[in-house]
Structure formats: structure tokens, C-alpha cells
Design a protein around this ligand. Structure first.
Ligand code: SF4
Length: 464
């Protein structure tokens, strides 16, 4: 069994002292079982009847849960216990309980909005950026988010990655020396059987050019019980190992989650968070501020705040970009820089993460740059007039990097600044702008046989 298998030698967490009992309706469950991740995983809720014992379901939620072919619903008892039973706008509840709004399609939705499939040289491996890859190792999660970017593959119990996929992924990485950073994600890699995860980490660590390994997970949020000393001990063999955890609301940071984060941080695993901006859940500057403050207190660095992707079923979670900019305005300068995540849009069509921020540079001349701060204070920074400019053509480091640079086409704007390219042109640009030196309008109009019809149309339009 690949998933959820029990790690040998692991000791269930002991019953806490006192008379504490799990929350309703699990008050009869022995606390030791409640704190055992295996019990949590095997008692996940997925039916209307089970969920109706925990919250007062609305007709919209029942419709969402009853819809045929809806994205998988499954939630750990622990995370379900955080839901407000009487408030359908509860930020925890909205993330995991579908409503009929999920069934409403919208014009911009895409099944693979990040164009990951086109960047997959082998199944489950996404090589989008020059020096790093995303390794999808499972389609399973501890609970399922209604706005999941990978809902096209996640949650299907029959579509799993297996040994053959892992072999192909690792083989690709081993034969691609430009890859220095591997992000293991899915699904949620922390739901893999520990021996499988350990084996993957060991094989990656054996590749000399893989400098860092990152894990993307929501298990510390959905199933903090999984983060045991034994599990963390296994992870810490593979340093430098980083972990990015998906947090969306301050309510998610409970004492159990804090304990899990402490274990991870004490094991020397640098922790980051990523947050999806969700209408009605966290589209409030003060909610995000509370969240990032709680994260920093728990030694988690807010890393990214994502604009919601154009995913099927997530239309009602989308906010205007202005909402995200407003949140950044409310954070930058108003709190520690460590607590301010980078707001990004993962560009539809596979453009990758594009940072979005308010304009802080108001103007500039050769002598001065005019800047504004978070309070609206405007000042001028005097530029150096003695700067011996850095020349990438003579700089040894730049020349070395140029020789080692991987695939063409990824230098981007930096290539323009360094003089390696004159322009970046969109597809079709050259053809469009290959004007004939002299177009005799009349023959073109009379006889469209000569040039290709498209070009002829262009010329006609151009000259009319
Ligand atoms: S935990 Fe991540 S992969 Fe799993 S459903 Fe949520 S967003 Fe998707």
C-alpha cells in the first residue's frame, strides 16, 4: 500500500493529562486515538450524513456535496472540528465544503491553467523554470481544498504516481545538471507512506547537482498529528531541506499546528507559507495581517500570496487584483518586512509566477529617483555620479554564468538589459511586420492569389 501506511517504530502520542476530550461529536473517542494521525486519516469525513453530524449543512452545501462528479470531498476530523457549525461563511468551512456555487462555470476557467502538462518531460515532473523542477509524487491529500489548482489530477484514487513514475522523474533530474532545486509536491507528499517518501528523498539527495530539496504540504494544517518526532527525524537526514506550508487563515494556527511547526523548525527545516487569496475567506487586510503575524511567531516566513488560479469550480473564490494590492499596501511598512509575502499571479498559459506590487517608484532622472513610502511620504534618492558601472561583458562571473546558462529563451528581460538580445517579440510579430518595401495596392486587391490570404488581408487593412 503506497499511502497512509503505518511507520514502524512510531509511538502514538500519549493521552494528555487531565480530563480533556476531543470536540463534539468525537467526545467518546479516546484522546490518544484523536492525536494519532492514522486514526485521523482513517476517519475522514466525506458524506453528507457524516458532515451533517458536525455542521448544520445549508441547502447550498447539500447541493454541492450531492452534485455528480464534484471534486473530491474528504476532511480529517481534526480540521472538521475547526468549522463553525452554524456559520456557512466560516473561513475553514468554505475551504473544504463545496456549495452549489462550485458548479457554476465561468468564462476564463481552464483545466490546466498553469500549463503544467506542457512542461512535463516525464509524468508528474514539471520543468518550467531554468534551474528547478516540480516533482508531483502523489495525487492524494489529507483533506481537499475546493480551489485546488491541480484539481484536474488531485483526489482521483485511481490516478496515482508509482515506482515507475518516480524512477523516470529521478532519472530526468539526474540527467539534467541545470536542476539545482527540486520541489516535491502533489497532492501532498506528506501523505505518502514514510518509507516511500524517505526513499525519494534519499535518491534525490544522492544526485550531486541537487542543492536543495523543498516539500510543499498542507499536512501540518489538515493533520498536524502527522508531524511526530520520528517523522521529523527522518526528514532532517536530508538537509538542506525546506518546507512550504499552505496556510490561508489565522484560525488554522491552533496549538496542535504550533506544536507541529515547533518540531519542524527545531529540526532546522526552514519554513515558509503560501496563501491563496480567497473571496470571503481571507480577502481582508486585517485577516491576512493576523495570519502573517501568527506565522512569524511560529517561525514560518510568509512567502507567497497567490491570486486564485483560473480553476474550474473556484470562480466564486476569485477576487479582483486590486484586493491583493490593497492587502500588500496594508502590510508593507505597516509590519515587519519578514511578515510580508510576495503577491503573485501564476500567469495563465504557463507564464510562471509574476510578482505584483503597488508602485513605489514615482519617477526618475539620471540624478534622482523619486519614491513614495507606505505613508505617502515622497522623497528623492540621489543617484551616484561616480559609479563605475558593472559591465557584464567583462565581468568574470557574468561570463561564467553565460557559458553555463541552460536553455535558450529563458534569459528574458535580463537578456535585454545585458545586451544579449535587442527585443523580445510575440509570436507572429516578425511576419506581421515584414512589410513589402512597396505595395502596389491595386494588384493586391484585384488578385489575392499572390501572397498568402492572411498577409493579403493584412496589407489591405493596412492600406485602406
Ligand atoms: S492540499 Fe494542496 S494539492 Fe491538496 S487539495 Fe489542497 S491545494 Fe490541492
Amino acid at each position: 500500500m503506497d499511502q497512509l501506511s503505518v511507520m514502524e517504530n512510531e509511538v502514538p502520542i500519549e493521552e494528555p493529562p487531565g480530563t480533556w476530550h476531543p470536540p463534539h461529536p468525537w467526545e467518546d473517542v479516546p484522546p490518544a486515538q484523536w492525536h494519532d494521525w492514522r486514526w485521523q486519516m482513517s476517519h475522514r469525513l466525506d458524506t453528507v450524513e457524516q458532515l451533517a453530524q458536525v455542521i448544520n449543512l445549508t441547502p447550498a452545501e447539500v447541493a454541492g456535496l450531492s452534485a455528480p462528479d464534484h471534486f473530491r470531498v474528504q476532511v480529517t476530523p481534526y480540521f472538521a472540528s475547526l468549522m463553525d457549525p452554524d456559520d456557512p461563511s466560516c473561513p475553514i468551512r468554505q475551504q473544504i465544503i463545496p456549495t452549489d456555487r462550485e458548479l457554476v462555470p465561468y468564462d476564463a476557467e481552464m483545466s490546466d491553467s498553469l500549463n503544467e502538462d506542457a512542461h512535463s518531460p516525464v509524468p508528474g515532473l514539471v520543468h518550467r523554470y531554468p534551474d528547478r523542477v516540480l516533482m508531483l509524487v502523489t495525487t492524494q491529500c489529507a483533506s481537499y481544498c475546493r480551489f485546488c489548482t491541480r484539481s484536474r489530477i488531485v483526489g482521483d484514487p485511481h490516478a496515482r504516481f508509482g515506482r515507475r513514475d518516480y524512477d523516470a522523474q529521478i532519472d530526468y533530474i539526474a540527467h539534467t545538471p541545470q536542476v539545482r532545486d527540486v520541489l516535491i509536491s502533489g497532492g501532498d507528499p506528506l501523505t505518502l507512506a514514510p518509507r516511500i517518501l524517505e526513499d525519494l528523498l534519499r535518491r534525490l539527495r544522492a544526485i550531486p547537482h541537487v542543492e536543495i530539496i523543498r516539500i510543499g504540504s498542507r499536512v501540518p494544517v489538515f493533520l498536524p498529528q502527522r508531524i511526530t518526532p520520528e517523522f521529523v527525524g527522518m526528514l532532517q537526514q536530508f538537509h538542506p531541506l525546506w518546507m512550504n506550508i499552505h496556510f490561508n487563515h489565522p484560525k488554522e494556527i491552533t496549538p496542535e499546528v504550533s506544536a507541529a511547526l515547533t518540531l519542524l523548525a527545531n529540526a532546522g527545516i526552514p519554513l515558509g507559507s503560501q496563501t491563496v487569496l480567497l473571496a470571503g475567506v481571507n480577502d481582508c487586510p486585517n485577516v491576512i495581517k493576523d495570519l502573517v503575524h501568527k506565522l512569524v511567531r511560529n517561525r514560518v516566513r510568509p512567502y507567497y500570496m497567490y491570486q486564485c488560479d483560473l480553476v474550474h469550480g473556484a470562480g466564486h473564490f476569485r477576487t479582483p487584483v486590486a484586493v491583493g494590492l490593497n492587502i500588500v499596501e496594508a502590510l508593507r511598512g505597516h509590519t515587519s518586512g519578514y511578515a510580508v509575502p510576495t503577491y503573485v499571479i501564476d500567469a495563465p498559459g504557463g507564464g510562471g509566477k509574476i510578482p505584483i506590487m503597488p508602485n513605489y517608484v514615482l519617477s526618475q532622472s539620471l540624478d534622482r529617483v523619486v519614491l513614495r513610502n507606505y505613508e505617502g511620504f515622497i522623497s528623492a534618492y540621489t543617484q551616484s555620479d561616480t559609479y563605475a558601472r558593472h559591465d557584464p561583458h567583462t565581468c568574470r562571473s557574468c561570463q561564467q554564468h553565460l557559458m553555463n546558462s541552460g536553455e535558450a529563451g529563458q534569459e528574458g528581460v535580463l537578456g535585454l538589459l545585458n545586451g544579449h538580445q535587442l527585443a523580445i517579440a510575440p509570436e507572429g510579430f516578425e511576419r506581421t511586420h515584414q512589410r513589402l518595401t512597396r505595395v502596389d495596392w491595386a494588384p493586391v486587391k484585384a488578385d489575392l492569389i499572390g501572397p498568402a490570404p492572411e498577409l493579403a488581408a493584412l496589407m489591405i487593412n493596412d492600406y485602406v
